[in-house]
Design a protein around this ligand. Structure first.
Ligand SMILES: NC(=O)c1ccc[n+]([C@@H]2O[C@H](COP(=O)([O-])OP(=O)(O)OC[C@H]3O[C@@H](n4cnc5c(N)ncnc54)[C@H](OP(=O)(O)O)[C@@H]3O)[C@@H](O)[C@H]2O)c1
Length: 345
């Protein structure tokens, strides 16, 4: 058993971590932090968890954290984790950070899109937590920068076809749609009910912070400088994410080569499911699960590959992948605590 703490446990990603980890057979949840709800039971804030988690929320205190946990999940907004993580790493803790603070190898890129980095020395200790692609490095790491939800849904289908030279690298278009929980729990004008119900809109067109994250990881994994035109959309559902990615095919590439490439890449990875011919990924089929379903279609007339990936933004896009990374870091079976049966509808 490993002792685990969650910082920011009452946010959407933090609460999803509590849900998953409370059912993990090798985890003892010892500490949950919250500023706003310190002193209250977690199940007072999320009544669905009554009978599953009896912990009282506490304010963050470094010493308490170090005494209580061997593994710490950070589910805070960007900028905060980089203030807390160095001390935890120095004290020998394993940390999985869900924010962007430790996702970038290139600090200049981070600073260009976020803010000045206050823990640059710790960045070099971090491994990017795209579990299927970086498993070997994650197993040996003490700090994981857990990927963004959009990059997870784009990189898992795209990396194999670029690495296999099956598509051109300079004309990739990623058109992604996210449920509203992707914006977190705090109320805002852009995410309240009347703004999103029965509405569908693009936002941050070509300027979303997940765009440089995708391009850095593509360069690192494929050896190519890739250009991705990324357009995120908000759809009126609570959770779920669907990315449709358009790539120009390399000469002579057809259905069989794409299928072989995707199936071979993910043959030993239980959380990536390549859809059979004629089946299209659907957020309904991955809701509440750690699966990434990938499908594709070859448009011979336009010489284009259309890849489609569906994930649950809070699970494979956040808390589930974070637990998958903890399993790797702790030497557990990668599926431990994560193989919940999907909802049929
Ligand atoms: N939502 C997703 O789908 C998703 C996907 C991938 C990654 N992530 C990442 O996961 C992290 C958490 O995201 P989230 O969606 O769970 O956000 P959220 O719902 O807004 O939760 C963040 C929590 O952090 C706590 N917090 C502590 N100090 C804070 C401060 N100074 N300012 C604001 N909040 C503070 C807040 O709880 P208290 O006030 O109770 O302390 C808040 O509930 C973010 O870095 C996000 O980028 C989220």
């Amino acid at each position: 058993m490993v002792k685990v703490a969650i910082v920011g446990a009452t946010g959407y990603a933090g609460a999803e971590l509590v849900r998953i980890l409370s059912g993990h057979p090798l985890v003892n949840l010892t500490l949950l932090t919250s500023r706003r709800y310190a002193g209250r039971k977690f199940h007072d804030i999320y009544p669905s968890m009554t009978g599953f988690v009896d912990l009282t929320l506490k304010e963050y205190a470094a010493q308490d954290m170090c005494d209580s946990a061997e593994v710490v999940f950070m589910a805070l907004p960007h900028k905060l984790p980089m203030k807390l993580v160095p001390e935890l790493i120095d004290k020998g803790k394993k940390v999985i950070d869900l924010s962007a603070d430790f996702r970038f190898e290139n600090i200049e890129t981070y600073e260009q899109h976020y803010q000045p980095h206050t823990a640059p020395a710790t960045v070099g200790k971090a491994v990017y937590g795209l579990s299927e692609i970086f498993a070997d490095k994650i197993r040996k790491s003490v700090l994981v920068g857990n990927p963004g939800c959009y990059p997870t849904s784009v990189l898992l289908p795209v990396i194999p076809v670029i690495a296999g030279n099956l598509v051109k690298v300079d004309s990739i278009i990623a058109d992604s749609k996210s449920g509203v929980s992707g914006a977190g729990r705090a109320a805002s004008l852009t995410s309240h009910y009347c703004q999103v119900n029965e509405s569908f809109k693009a936002y941050k067109i070509t300027s979303h912070r997940h765009n440089p994250e995708m391009e850095e990881v593509l360069a690192k994994t494929t050896g190519h400088t890739c250009t991705v035109t990324f357009v995120p959309h908000l759809v009126p559902m609570s959770r779920g994410m669907l990315s449709t990615i358009y790539c120009e095919l390399s000469t002579g590439v057809g259905d069989a080569a794409i299928r072989t490439c995707l199936e071979n890449t993910y043959a030993d990875h239980p959380f990536v499911r390549i859809c059979p011919d004629g089946m299209v990924p659907d957020t309904l089929n991955v809701k509440g699960t750690n699966f990434c379903d990938i499908g594709f279609s070859v448009d011979k007339r336009a010489n284009r590959l259309v890849l489609i990936a569906a994930i649950d933004n809070l699970v494979k896009g956040a808390a589930g992948q974070a637990v998958q990374n903890m399993n790797l870091m702790c030497g557990f079976d990668v599926t431990a605590g994560l193989l919940t049966t999907p909802y049929p509808l």
